[in-house]
Ligand binder design. Structure first.
Ligand code: SF4
Ligand code: SF4
Length: 432
């Protein structure tokens, strides 16, 4: 990447945010990259030092790009910081600044535009990609590649083959625009945001989420006009693209008379709850964005706040829970998923060590920074294996993909499930 120092740069880490850091170092042990590398430059404090340098006129160097790029934006440091440093905002601002000042090569720029604009924002493109993925799986090529990959013969390509999502036809796009009635007495009316890639790769999880909400007295509307939430765009520094997507979702949902807007993806939820900040300077949308964010709930947070329907059958297994970073650190939701798991008869909960340290998924991080992501995953799997649970529960589709790869590479046959999938199973077991 070439660096330009001449372009005006309105996006940048704000001095007021940088000044909050008192350099105490209490965040270091919460940082997955510092735990792996032991390097100050790859710690939250070290990255803040580097951002301060750039804010004071230092050039954006390849070294700066490397250390900011290696950050997972997991916000583990935010939870650990006693001074209230908003590290997530700092790293997003740093990436937005990089996006504006650093010129990418022709191919990298085209590829980025294709993924973030052409693919994630278009139902048609995602459907085509999902169909191609399905054909790749049905041909047996995926199983073959994963088999060879498990022999460690393919290096990085093998790791990427392990991480590739599956296609789950029929895709959930066909449900968008529908309304699902509450079971029993209708108590709430909620909107469900189905995501972008999740419509293709987590269609069954989305269906399970709707069923569990119905069983808990919710009329579930899947509003027409919704689309990608823009979380991946924000994390990549593409703020303007994210704002366009936020406006689209606000127009699709707000005014529908909903008691809550629900997501089952912690990574998306974190950004959806921050639409108010993202559009704070937009005179037409600032107010609407704040109203939208105030209604946003992670599905686990929502279900833990209602009188949970107790008509569940037993799920006889030991379960552990991997905190999704953007739920635990981004949204400060830690107890709700554990509370729901505790409500399932037969389920034995086993806390794993360091459950709130990132698994290495982090949006597209496991593809873009594959080596570090796989190193972090290997360490995570030591914790998973140590607790001896048969089910690894989590609350984010991206974490599920990463943990599934972890089980294939380092595990002992554990089943990776979203918390709502476990509830769905318990409700089904009751009906049997
Ligand atoms: S980010 Fe917070 S915890 Fe880390 S060095 Fe700065 S003040 Fe200390
Ligand atoms: S966001 Fe995560 S990876 Fe980045 S500095 Fe903080 S703890 Fe480390």
């Amino acid at each position: 990447m070439a660096v330009s120092e001449t372009i005006a740069c309105p996006a940048a880490p704000q001095q007021i945010d940088l000044d909050r850091c008192v350099h105490c170092g209490l965040c270091l042990n919460a940082c997955p990259t510092y735990r792996e590398l032991g390097l100050e430059m790859d710690s939250p404090r070290g990255r803040i030092y580097q951002m301060v340098g750039v804010a004071n006129g230092a050039p954006i160097t390849p070294s700066y790009l490397e250390h900011i790029g290696l950050c997972l934006a997991c916000r583990g440091c935010e939870s650990a910081c006693p001074s209230g440093v908003q590290y997530g905002r700092l790293v997003e601002d740093a990436r937005a600044q990089i996006e504006q000042r650093v010129k990418r090569g022709w191919l990298a720029a085209r590829l980025r535009r294709f993924v973030f604009v052409r693919l994630l924002e278009s139902r048609a493109a995602l459907t085509v990609a999902g169909t191609l993925l399905y054909l790749y799986e049905a041909s047996g090529l995926k199983a073959l590649l994963r088999g060879v990959a498990s022999l460690k013969l393919l290096g990085r390509l093998g790791d990427l083959a392990q991480l590739a999502p599956s296609a789950e036809p029929p895709f959930f796009f066909s449900q968008i625009g529908r309304t699902f009635p509450a079971q029993g007495n209708p108590r709430r009316r909620v909107a469900f945001l189905a995501g972008c890639i999740a419509n293709v790769s987590f269609a069954r999880l989305n269906e399970a989420t709707v069923r569990v909400l119905q069983r808990n007295g919710c009329e579930v509307v899947i509003p027409e006009g919704q689309g990608c939430c823009g979380a991946l765009h924000v994390h990549a520094g593409l703020r303007e693209e994210a704002r366009k997507l936020a406006r689209r979702n606000i127009d699709a949902v707000l005014g529908g008379g909903f008691d809550a807007i629900i997501t089952n993806a912690a990574g998306c939820g974190s950004t959806l709850k921050e639409y108010g900040e993202l559009l704070a300077d937009d005179p037409d949308y600032a107010e609407k964005a704040r109203a939208f964010s105030a209604l946003m709930r992670d599905v686990t947070e929502f279900l833990a706040s209602v009188d949970l329907n107790p008509e569940m059958g037993a799920v006889n297994a030991a379960v552990t829970y991997q905190d999704s970073c953007h739920l635990a650190h981004g949204q400060k939701v830690r107890s709700a998923p554990r509370q729901l798991l505790a409500a399932v008869p037969g389920l034995e909960f086993r806390e794993m060590p360091s459950s709130d340290i990132c698994c290495g998924s982090a949006g597209v991080y496991n593809v873009a920074q594959n080596q570090m992501a796989m190193q972090i995953l290997a360490r995570k799997m030591q914790s998973v294996n140590a607790c001896g649970a048969q089910i690894v529960a989590t609350a984010n589709p991206g974490c599920m993909l990463q943990l599934q790869a972890g089980v294939r590479l380092h595990g002992s046959g554990q089943r990776v499930m979203h918390v709502v999938e476990i509830l769905d199973l318990a409700y089904k077991n009751h009906a049997r």
